[in-house]
Every structure is written in C-alpha cells, then in structure tokens.
Write a protein that binds this ligand. Sequence first.
Ligand code: NAP
Length: 264
Amino acid sequence: MNFKNKTIWITGASSGIGKALALTFSNQDVNLIISSRNEQKLNEVKKQCKQPDKVKVLPIDLSEFSSFEDKVKTALSLFNGVDILINNGGISQRSLAIDTQLKVDQKIFEVNYFGTIGLTKALLPHFVSKKSGQIVVISSVMGKIGTPLRTAYAASKHALHGFFDSLRAELYNDNIAVTIICPGYVNTNVSKNALTADGSKHNIDDEGNANGMSPEDFSKKAIRSISKQKQEIVIGGLKETSAVYLKRFFPSILSNIVRKVNVT
Ligand SMILES: NC(=O)c1ccc[n+]([C@@H]2O[C@H](COP(=O)([O-])OP(=O)(O)OC[C@H]3O[C@@H](n4cnc5c(N)ncnc54)[C@H](OP(=O)(O)O)[C@@H]3O)[C@@H](O)[C@H]2O)c1
C-alpha cells in the first residue's frame, strides 16, 4: 500500500512505539493525528515530525469511553476523514496475581482492551460507510503466550486477538483490513510505566526492555507489515518469536520454560 496522502491516527503517540511510528510515518507524505493523555509531549512529537503542519494533536484518555464519539468526530474533521487507526496506547504490569488488587486488573483492561475496542467501534461507521480503512492493533507476544507477573496484561492482549480476529471476519466484505502486531521486547518506557500490585508505577527499566529492539527499528518493520495489510505478525528477537512457535507446536515445552521465570 502507498501511504501518500493517507490520514493515520496513532494512539499512545507521546512516547516509545507510538512516537517512533509517528516520526517514521512523517517521512512519508501522510497526514497524522497523534493522541495520548499528555498534550505537551504530543506537541513535542509534532515538532520533531518532518512535516509538522501535516500533524494534528488530539489528546485522549483511553479509559474515558464517553469521550470517544466526540474524539472521533473531531478526528474526522481534522483532515477530512481517517484511513488507518493504529491502536497502540497501552499499559503493562509487573505483579503477581495473588498480590494484585482487582482495580489494577480492571485499569489494565480499561486502557488496553476497552479503550482499544471502544475507539475502534466509534470509528467503524466511518470506515464501513466509505468501504475502506485499516485497523491496526499493537498487541504483544503476551497476546500469544502468558508469563509470570503479566496475568492481567497478557489477558488484556489475548482478548484483543479474540475481538479483532472476529471483527476481521465481519469486515471482510466492507474492504476493511485488520492488522494485529505482536511486539517482543522494545526499548521504551513500557516497564517503567507498568503497574504494580497496588496500581503504582513500576519505575524500573527491566533488562528485557532495556536490551530490546529500538523503537525506530520496530516501527520500520511494523510499517512494512501495515503496508502489506498483514493479518498478524510477531516482531521481536529470536527468544520472543521462538516462544510463540513453541506455544503453538510444543506448548508443554514453553510451560516448562516460563514457569522458571524469575519473579523476585
Ligand atoms: N515496549 C515493549 O516491549 C512492548 C512489547 C509488547 C507490546 N507493547 C505494546 O506497545 C504499546 C506501546 O507501548 P510502549 O512500549 O511504547 O510504552 P510507553 O512508552 O509506556 O508508551 C505507552 C503509550 O500509551 C499511552 N497511554 C497509556 N495510558 C493511556 C491512557 N489511559 N490513555 C491514552 N493513552 C495512554 C502513553 O501516553 P500518555 O501517558 O501520554 O497518555 C504512551 O504514549 C502498548 O500497547 C504496549 O502494550 C510494548
């Protein structure tokens, strides 16, 4: 797919993967709508884009579902429609299930699952009426497997696969593509921003993320997959991609490996 003059709406664009996607896309001749809660950071991202005049900032809190209809109306008015929605905003987890307050499980689901499907459903009538569009979902390798310390996070990402695989089938005749991307470790603030058992931030840059792929390399690969309208792709190192294949073909071997993950 040629992205020229397409309008691309990216959530979670204030940092990490979303920011890198915005900066990489801005090298092509596209219109960008960038969203997250932090308007100041979004304005900084806009300034760093190659063509800032083709970038609009639209603050959004993915846990404020009642705002979605108005946000979609605004998004549609900014450049005369939207062609691609990239559902990237999300939060991770660093806590054992036994310690985790239910409100934390709920918060993770609100942002990662209900925020993502809610915004998508609000935009859907626009895509269906013009019989075109692409919905991209930044899931995770945790959307395919489960490891200790990620119960709610892995569940929220698995849930996205169920929803968007079903939606893809529903939208086939409307010419709307659904692309699910599962990153492995990417070197962003995701682990610092992850929620702990009481909902406070983890504030530690875990080794896995610190040694992960750069957001820039990830975004280049992700954009290639979006342009090919792939249905699902895992983008990560050998360890993470192997884990997905083990889960599929040798699940008990993977179980043996993940139960030895250090949880201290
Ligand atoms: N990095 C990895 O290793 C990795 C691996 C697998 C999957 N992922 C997924 O990749 C996506 C991006 O994460 P990242 O690695 O780039 O982490 P990040 O640097 O922490 O970025 C997370 C983004 O989500 C936004 N966000 C968080 N809560 C939000 C809310 N309530 N409403 C709106 N936006 C919200 C944040 O913006 P504000 O704080 O400004 O709202 C930020 O822009 C997430 O869905 C994550 O699960 C990351």
